[in-house]
Design a protein around this ligand. Structure first.
Ligand code: FES
Length: 221
């Protein structure tokens, strides 16, 4: 893990932000940084996810603390956790924003295109600035997409994990390879082992901040 300085450069309408930082601190899709603003007295670090790469840094997923304004200096630690890893065989990729914006999944789009994959984005929120070749479908199309995709990357809140697993069964056949980013508060990024990010799967605890936040579907059953 590296520590370095960054700066919040610009805030977009959707409350995402452009962060300037050294290239070695840019998280890959699904990984995160822990950020602190020395100017604020906030006791907890803020996890920041990549939405897309930008020159000299990256665009974060929304939303960041309201007190952070353009010019805010940030102390950044990371990249932390396990991110997504698109399998080499995947050529029909579905990005599934199960209960939030697809911001944390967008960074996968250029990686998918690099391996000539088709991309379908499933979400129920309004999205803009997507490449034209990305097809957008509502979540109601999930059962159909499950029969089409050979890889699924999902974004799910910890409290909705059971609903997500139920929805994934609706395809009625063997699931395509699936990885899911599980969202939960991650105030210490495993540095203090606070346990706030704990996830119970089959009576076992997993630390989302360290063992995730991206899990293979098999680890969640
Ligand atoms: S965030 Fe503290 S142990 Fe995971």
């Amino acid at each position: 893990m590296k520590t370095g300085e960054g700066q919040l450069n610009e805030i977009y309408l959707d409350s995402s932000a452009r962060i300037l930082c050294p290239p070695e601190l840019i998280p890959s899709p699904g990984q995160y940084l822990l950020a602190d603003s020395p100017a604020s007295n906030a006791p907890l670090s803020v996890p920041i996810f990549l939405s897309e790469s930008t020159p000299d840094g990256f665009r974060s997923a929304p939303a960041l603390p309201a007190l952070w304004t353009p010019g805010t200096r940030l102390i950044l630690r990371g990249p932390l956790g396990h991110g997504f890893s698109i399998p080499a065989f995947a050529h029909k990729i579905a990005l599934l924003a199960f209960d939030d914006s697809p911001a944390r999944l967008r960074g996968l789009i250029p990686l998918a295109f690099k391996q000539n994959a088709e991309v379908v984005l499933l979400c129920n929120s309004v999205v803009s600035d997507l490449p034209e070749s990305v097809e957008i479908q509502p979540l109601q199309a999930l059962a159909e997409i499950l029969t089409w995709a050979d890889f699924i990357a999902a974004d799910v809140a910890r409290e909705n994990l059971n609903q997500f697993k139920e929805a994934m069964k609706k395809g009625g056949r063997v699931l395509p390879e699936t990885q899911a980013l599980i969202r939960a508060p991650m105030p210490c990024g495993a540095l203090a082992e606070c346990g706030v990010c704990a996830l119970t799967v089959d009576y076992h605890w997993k630390m989302i901040c360290k063992e995730g936040p991206v899990f293979a579907m098999g680890e969640l059953l």
